[in-house]
Every structure is written in structure tokens, then in C-alpha cells.
Design a protein around this ligand. Sequence first.
Ligand code: ATP
Ligand code: MG
Length: 750
Amino acid sequence: SAGMRPPYLQGLNAEQQAAIEALEGPVLVLAGAGTGKTRVLTTRLAHLLATRKAWPGQILAVTFTNKAAREMQERIGRLIGGVVEGMPWLGTFHSIGAKILRRHAELVGLRSDFTILDTDDQIRLLKQLIEAEGIDEKRWPARRLAAHLDTWKNRGLTPDQVPQGEAFAYANGKGAELYAAYQARLKVLNAADFGDLLLECLRLFQENPDVLAEYQNRFRYMLVDEYQDTNVAQYLWLRLLAQQHKNICCVGDDDQSIYGWRGAEVDNILKFEKDFPGAKVIRLEQNYRSTPHILGAASGLIRANESRLGKTLWTELDEGERVTVQGVWDGEEEARQIGEKIEDMMREGHPLHEIAILVRASFQMREFEDRFINLGLPYRVVGGPRFYERMEIRDANAYFRLIAQPDDDLAFERIVNKPRRGLGDKAVQTLRQLARAQNISLMRAARLLIQSEELKQPARRNLTAFIEMVDRWRHLMASMPYTELAEIVLDESGYTEMWQNDKSADAPGRLDNLKELVRAMEHFENLLGYLEHISLVMDVQQSESEDKVNLMTLHSAKGLEFDTVFLPGWEEGLFPHQRALDESGLAGLEEERRLAYVGITRAKKRAHLSFAANRRIHNLWQSAIPSRFIDELPREHVEVLEAETGYGSYQSFGQSRFEHSFETSDYGSPGWRRAQAHGGAMRTKAPQIEAQAELVATSDPAASRYEVGERIFHQKFGYGRIQFIDGNKLTVDFEKAGIKKVIDTFVERH
Ligand code: ATP
Ligand code: MG
């Protein structure tokens, strides 16, 4: 009877209970958003422990993020009361794979303390291998090879399994060979990349049946959340491990498969029933998260997808508010309005952590972050760095800082060889040594160094070119708007090109962020004003309080829920994203639509969509068209809000795309004035050129401690006699190296 049920099993519906209590044999829970899949998984785990079906160490539980794993651990404790000892095998595929690999590292040619490479390390390594093969890295960028490796690893392919045709996609067939060389090199370095954490684990199992058997026996029960987003390698790994006990429970929703671009395969859902004959498939239909309006809007939208298994969702919750749709003038106004709404909500007592802003592309965060910093509204960026802390933004800012302030050593070091311009560690070390000894900045040391022969060609030539480039930019400051200069800098430095050549999945987003950065710069009078803003932003004390607005991409929002969700930027080209449409056609569009579905279904009580009438793309203000997804929302669940300012209203909702109607009064809005003043192409106010700082004198006048005729010893060239002295530059006749111009810092009296 129900009275006998342990408390953690109460309050669940019949299907949920069935899913929890079907402990033996394969189970697939296939259900829509908010139906309690994660809750079922957590309760099932609690049930296993409470009924002593398994010890914590005998349960393998896979979550999509580490954070989700921590939350699951906490919830289990709450469900069964008392302290649950740690769950050693609760984590992401990567973390569990790493743990297994470390225990048996020697069997795959590693030591247990192997390092896990990040993308940068990986690229550096690939470059070395590509150069060693005599392949032109300019033509066949390492980043492109890295992208291939990633795909192969996601599909569980070892170097000898790469299909011939695909190996040809890189350097005329060298792809698989380089893959093999790379794997061999990783072993020498005692390192593994992310893909290896699973792939090497698979190899470990395949080559060592005893090890496989150990884990197959150990994992009496296996649980997997967000199953729709597993890739082939992960699926193979799960299938191998489940062979013994076959007690595997996967929960997922085909409508929320949003990582196809990273190799996830919805087909894994279909394969499950085939590979695990007799699998119980359980469907959950009651949604406990969202109001009927939110659910209705989301369900109506996803119905437009053709490739889906299809499901019904219903809820008992009160009707609630309709999903709102609002048009705004531009991204700035969007951020301002959302900021205001959040402040209102805060005053009404809504906790900030129950509010989320979910963006399609990370560049959209910039506007919100600037706004929130302005308002003093505490926020956190979930699943990634804050906008100004992103690698590409820090790099770009380092270039700008170096132009404004050439003695900025941190900026110098950050970008002197980024993109690579033949100024490797050795050259930089020499620079540092000189700068320290003479107590000057790296830039000054560089100017000094190129007048000597301390650096070999071509490093000297490259350093000279670098200095000349920075000097040229400094001169340009006087004659052009600094935002224009910023674009020139990113172009001429090769920095933009570096990311254009990058074929990894995050490169396009980084390029968008760089464009957004230049756009952000237009809000400041001059370069110094901008740099000042950056240092303030970077210095903003993050509020200690846990009560913060959540800002994240739609992709990072998977599995989460909030009372209020803002969904900005619903415009054609941004959402659905143009790239998804261009690269994957209908499949791309459907994945975008699933992403929209994920977005709306994060909301418990309120969902607010917005779209801007203008977005700047490639320096041009373009009129944006509201996303087709807005048209796909059933009207009865939507309320169209009147635009407060801006361009007029969005009246023809549901019949046709919104039309711009510029009313006279609207010409007063700031965005319009800006666009108007520049004939559509936004160009900022006349540049206030900061005083043309004096260009640093090219030689250091300090007198040398040495005398002509003196015998000296030089670190690189050995013994020699001084022939001529010019400040601290010495011309020395070396016994072995001949006549060279050196700097006295590198010389010792002898
Ligand atoms: P998603 O597909 O977004 O990951 P999900 O199917 O995993 O969603 P959960 O996050 O597990 O759904 O549950 C959604 C919300 O509904 C949670 O707040 C959860 O606590 C609540 N919930 C689930 N089942 C019940 C129930 N039987 N009674 C009350 N609340 C429930
Ligand atoms: Mg979930």
C-alpha cells in the first residue's frame, strides 16, 4: 500500500514509479521537458541505495555537467536522509573516463599522473607534427586537423579505422597518419586529450578483457541523463559496460537533442531498443515544471519539426501568464528593457537566481553584462567565462593596450607571438632577460635588441616587423576613428585570420565576439576611455551573494529550470542561426528549433521573448526580421507587447513577419540617431585622439660599463674583444663567431 512506500517514492505519478522501480534490465525513459526524467533518475539511485540493491561504488551514473553531478549527489542525500558516502562513479563521461584511465594508465601506455591537454596544448602539438611532416601549415591549419580528430574521436574511430575518404580531407591523405603520430606523441608526453578520456578507455577495455570484466561486474546498475546527446564513442562505452548486468537506465528527450554539431547522435535512442532486446520503454507525459501557456507555446513550436518521435505533454498547473513577445529597436534597448524588468521584479521580491537570460550566441552577453554592471545588478555567467574574460577578448584588448601604452608588458607578452609570428619562447626569454637587466619594458628591450645580433634571423626580422606594425598603428591613432583602427589592428596582426583558419566548433563564435567587441568600443569617446572601462569591468567585485541573475547560452541551459526566463535575440540569422542553416540545411533548422524548445521549457512561470529590429552585422546596421520561430508559436499562448520606444509595433503577428513602420516620433531614439548620422553604417562620433604620445626613442642612451679593447665573454658567441661601443651596444670581434653587434647585458667581463 501507499502507506508502506518510503517517503522518497511518494508524490510520483504511476509512470515515474514504474521507471524507478524497474530496477532490473534495460530501461529507456523517453519523455518531454519537465516531466521528471532527472528526478526519476535521482530517485532511482536513491532507491537502489535505500533498498541495498547496490553500494555506492557499484552504481555508474552519468550526468551532462559536473554541476549536475554535484546536485544529484546532494539530492540523493536529502531523499534517503542521512549521509550518503560519496558516489565514486557519479559524474560526466569525461570525469568517469579519466578516473578509469588513471587506474590502468600503464595498459594504454600512460602513467597514472598523465596530464589532460587543453585545446591550446593540442594545437601546439599538432603544429609541430605538421611541420615535421613538411606540410604547409598555412594551407592545412593545425586547427582544421584538430577538428577532424575531434570528429573521429567522437565517433570512436582509432587512426586505423578512419575511412580512407575522410583521411583525404586533410593534407591529401595525411590525416590518419598524423592522427597516429599525434597519439604516439601524446604517449611520450604522458598526456591525453578530451577525446582520449573515452576513446583510450574503450581501447583499454577492448584490449584487456580482464579489466573490462572487472568493470562490467562492478557496475551492477548504470544510469544516464540527457541520453539524447551522447555521441557514438559514449554509446559504445556504455554498451560495453552494460553487457554483464544489463541494468542500464537511460533518460532523454529526442526533442532536446542540441549537440548534433558536436557529434551527438539521436539515433542512439533508436539503437538502444535494438542493442538491448526487451528494453522497457517508459514514457512520461505529465509536465511538472511549466504553466500551460509556456508548455503550449513550446509544444506548438516543436510540432514544426518533422523528424521527431512525437509525444504528448500536459500539466495540472494553473494557466499562468502567456509567453510575451516584444520587439525592440536594437540590442542595446533590449538589454536596457530586460534590465529594467529585472529591477522591477527585484523590487517585488523575486529572487534573482530564479531569473535567467538565455542567449543563442555568446556575443549577445556583452550588452547584458555592460548593462548589469552599470545597474549594479549581480549576475553570473553559467557554463563559460564572462564576455570580457574570454580569451579572444583579452587578446584583442592586449593589442589595444599595447598601442595606447607600449610599455604594458603583460599585453606585450600576451600577443607578441599570437598569432604565431616566429617569436618563440627563446626570443621572448632573451627579451625578458634584457628588460630585467636594464629595467626597461619589453617593448623598449625589443627596440634595443633588434639593433644587435643577439637574436638570430629570422627572429630578428620578425621582431622588427612586429615593432614596426605597432608603431604604424600608433601613428594611425591620430588620423582615424579608433574603432576603425581596432578593426585594422585585428586584421593586420593576423589575429582575425587565425580564428578564420580555425575549424574548431567554437571559432565562429569567437569571431562574432570580436565583432561585438569593436561594436562595444563605439560607446566610448576614445581608446583610453574604452580601456579604462575594461579595467573597471574586469575589476568589478563579483557580489558575494548567491542571489544573482543567470546569464548563459541556450546550450548551457539544458536540464535547468527558472521561474522567469528571458529569451532575447529571436531574429532570423541569429536564431535560427545562419550558420546552422547554411551548413546543415533542414537538419540544422530542426536542431535550432529544438534549441528554442529547450529555451522556452526552462521557464516555470514566465517566458519573455524579444527581437530587435536592428542588429549590426559586419559593421552595417541591418534590419532584422523576427525569427520564424515566433510565427510558429500558437497565438493563444502568446501576448504581443507594445514596443515602448523604437520603431512602431508588431501588429501583424501570426500573419506575416513584422513590418517596420518608422513613425516620426521614433526618430528620436538613440539608436536611430546613430544610424541616421552615419547613413546606416554606424560610425562613431568624431574620434578624440588622445595626445599622440611620443614614440619611444629607439636606442637606449645609457653608457656602457665596458671599454674598447676589453676581452669579454658572451652567453651565445663565447670569447671576444670589444671593438666599438655605442651606448650599451657593443661591436665585438668574437674568436669563433666573428664580428657581431651585441648588448652589454648579455656580456661578462673576462
Ligand atoms: P528536462 O527535460 O528539462 O531535463 P526533466 O524531465 O529532467 O526535464 P525534471 O527536471 O526532473 O524534469 O523535473 C522538472 C520539475 O518537475 C522539477 O522541479 C521536479 O522536481 C518536478 N517534478 C518532477 N516530478 C514531479 C512530481 N511527481 N511531483 C512534483 N514535482 C515533480
Ligand atoms: Mg532533466
